[in-house]
Design a protein around this ligand. Sequence first.
Ligand code: ADP
Ligand code: MG
Length: 578
Amino acid sequence: MTESHSFSGTDAGISAPQPAAGSPHFILEHTFGYTGFRGDQEAIISTLVAGDDALVLMPTGGGKSLCYQIPALARPGCGIVISPLIALMQDQVEALRAAGVAAAFLNSSLGFDEAQQIENRLLGGELELLYLAPERLLQPRTLDLLQRANISLFAIDEAHCVSQWGHDFRADYLQLSCLHQRFPHVPRVALTATADQRTRREIAQRLDLENARHFVSSFDRPNIQYRIAPKDNPKRQLLQFLNSEQQGSAGVVYCLSRGKVESTAEWLQQLGFNALPYHAGLPAPLRAEHQRRFLREDGVIMVATIAFGMGIDKPDVRFVAHLDLPKSIEAYYQETGRAGRDGEPATALLLYGLEDVVKLSQMAATSEGSEEHKRQERQRLDAMLGLCEITSCRRRALLRYFEEELAADCGNCDTCLEPPATWDATEPARKLMSGIYRSGQRFGAAHVIDILRGADTEKVRQFGHDKLSTYGIGADMSANEWRAIIRQLVVRGYLRVNAEAFNALQLTEQCRTVLRGEESVQLRTLPKAAPAKATRRDSGAGEARAEISATDQPLWDALRALRKSLAEERGVPPYVVF
Ligand code: ADP
Ligand code: MG
């Protein structure tokens, strides 16, 4: 993060120019005690002060709060902040009051008299910032109240809650577009740390912010080291990581289920770690207590589900470890982003295994929601797996997902430091590319794989794809192997999944050199062909084994059963499922 501004006079003998009282700079220095703005803060603040709308995408810890707090103070009237979590509001309001700002919140935790008092202060023009939960804001009574007050701006924090694809979706957020109609002259700003294009467009559209100025910061977090390893013995792997690198550090360990959160926290406590559980099933006071201890005490390890973390401002979190695969790259980015907000080195460690893929595909398949929604979830999971499987720089791949291109490899992630074993996948990659090209770049992975494997499906016949020269040229590989190749080619930027066209696979400019034979494609060796582990295990045997180990067998059985049931449900052959 760069400090883009410093406010010091340079002319000898002349004292530094003082920012005018009430100006954004003056407020920054005198109210918040900072010397300069960061990144886009100043431009965002000027936009709002001038009365225009803004959409702000800034990574966690980037400093979004000041972007609406300062304009609210600089403009006449009270700034209304819409925030999804009561705990977050309380923290922010406390901090603002300590800085001498007339701030308050209105939510269900207040009694009638207290709420009344705040309403009166708002109408009397005594408040500078008022925090509201969306459901409170949308009550006719509140809207009526706001209509009678003098409002300086609306800030919609954690604006990705409006996205139905994200895991923080809040139905109330959808109705916030009414603010534009009801208060056409009040500037609005929506802020989020979620960066992908689709969510960005969705936010702009649903919140009626299409004419707003967009501010997109770099999402790179250079001080976070990304490491992703297959699960071997996850407990041992975690323990080794904690003991050898993170003694006494504060960190978060994410698990998929509540049960696993509790058992993992207990296990760590027994080993003498200062570990606490956190998930939505724990009583609210206990959750609050654990959160408070995590924030205030040194070296607490929070073992949590994804219910933990949104808006937590703890600068010195040294690591975030995932014991299960996150369900999307957005989620992974958000969760790992909680590490190293102070800019000091931090580590993001992810352990993933086949069972995660099974569990998450199952969750995606059985989740409520439309077919379209399920397809999106599967695609996001695929992209996440792709990030696990790549052999090139993880940071670059991560940022590329958010449409940001780094100039060079980071040199700091696990794949940069220890390049993994690869195989030459140039031939299969070319077969795949021509399969996609010849079928018109209009079909998703499953159908393209059917073509390559020479499957006899109705769709293949319907489109005459059994007549293509690429029909059956990839029958030597399983659908699963093809999926792994596709995933890796997508994260490497050779293929694109077009979300606007039913997730059709399409070629990118990058394919040219491969198709012309000028570039080879090296992909990570697939687990079943990985010799290293097998050789180590039967020390001395010295021979690579491709068979399934006894511990993996139940997983394979579960996987097969799942595949069969999904295939039946969709009326397709099992190998097209995954
Ligand atoms: P976000 O909401 O983007 O995750 P916050 O607004 O909570 O980030 O800010 C993160 C931290 O950075 C806070 O501790 C905040 O006080 C600090 N911060 C924000 N802007 C500045 C600045 N211009 N100078 C110094 N510190 C800042
Ligand atoms: Mg924030």
